[in-house]
Design a protein around this ligand. Sequence first.
Ligand code: ZN
Length: 150
Amino acid sequence: MSDLADLYQQVILDHNRRPRNRGKLPTANRVAHGDNPTCGDQCSVYLRLDGDRIGEITFDGSGCAISQASASLMTTQLKGKSAAEAEKLYQQFHEIVTTGNAPEEISDIGAFAGVHAFPARIKCATLGWHAALNALKGDPIPATTETHKD
Ligand code: ZN
């Protein structure tokens, strides 16, 4: 099996062609930006926490196929999750991209197992996830801006 074919699995190609949950989220109460200068990838994650659950989550950015597909997949995985569950999923994802070992039951994020053969791309794959976790840990965005009066 060729490493490159392994890297660009169908799931990755599909998310790259048809990104899910892409664009700003007007109702977001958390936001964080991720930057991967070694590859030139950018990713912002917008999410709305409803209580302790992620009610809505979107991303916006530009960069390589791996970074954008990973961010797209991340949004589909984290919607509805609590911060603790999101952290746990990220640990699983990180394990997969650094070791290449993907358990059978982890179908979609397992598509990123091929990334482990390209260590420089691990940062591409984790960029969106880092931004999401930072958004979860960050301060809420104020619902109204009181400092800006025209
Ligand atoms: Zn990249």
